[in-house]
Write a protein that binds this ligand. Sequence first.
Ligand SMILES: [Zn+2]
Length: 383
Amino acid sequence: MATTLVSSNSWTRTFFPKNKTKILIHRYNSNSSSNSNSPLSTTTTFMNHDAVVSLQEWQGWGTTSPVPAMVTQIAEDLKLLEKDFDSQMKFGRAGGKLQGNFGQQEDKKHRATYKALADSEEKLKFYSARQIACRVLGSKGYLCQKCWLAMEDCMCSQITSSLLFPGIKFWLYMHPKDFLRQNNTGKILWQVFGVDCATLCLYGIPEHEQIMWNSFKLAGRSNVWCLYPNKNAVLESVENAFGQEPVANNEVSSEKLKEDTTQHFILIDGTWSNSAAMFRRLQDQAKSIWGDEDLSCISLNPGTSAMHKLRPQPSWDRTCTAAAAAGLLLELHLLPRFSSAELDKQAETVEHALTVLLEALTKRRLRMGRSITRKRLQVSKFS
Ligand SMILES: [Zn+2]
């Protein structure tokens, strides 16, 4: 009895602390301190066996990064909570929200932890990692890892992949609430082009943000663009930004050319209300690396997609993330610099995948007896 009491108290005090490994070990040992033989190795064995999110599983969702440390920590803490509360965690089907008694108790705990964190940076990292951990745990065995649709709706066999012109790279800067969402469209880009050409960067996950910024540092500020129509930022049209560039010199080797001139495009993949904070964070990070100058922002010309007959399906939202990427490719295609890159075909592959996604979502809604007009593709903020 006494052991349980001590254990609960120490748990409350040390829930999601900074020094996680030590505390996890402490927590586990204190729980099992009634056993005379509960050395450190017991803990290690326990944690290994229960590697709640394996590297393979993590990367299966569409990233090449290691499992973020805080995601691992929170997923493991949740597993430990199951023992503590003596009840299994249950997730709602949408959004990885914890349900029932476990959900209520965990809610109190994580709110207390969040409140106790010192600054907004720590709070953001904790918030993001917890969202991601819950989504990963809640989607296991339910969503197809590749297309993020329920297994029975998997659309993977209908998606055509394509090479992306090597002079272009997309970064999907995604809000944790949009991670593993069925109607998210950013996922389409790496399904089509692969994770090296369209790379996921989760907002507030240090491991992801670091990979992205390391890449930007190498590329240099003039080769990094944010597709974001912000009133407070200086906006350039695609034509202004890329129309004047000299046509590539044929004598330069393609590898060298790729290194020097790859254009990195950040697509903010979140709702309108979340994207302002995401954009601010990008600007702050840009300033910390490049000094006072802002990250360059480009806006799409709403006429171009129409001109190229982006299929006029009424339920097809042109402002979603994947459609914005397709629109960008189409605008670049019109410029001499990219005229031989076949960007129009690449845009078409994305459009096709979007159509497939929309059909899969519609079929699902019909099957579940819901209105097909109520919920469309997640609207983003590109036009
Ligand atoms: Zn699938």
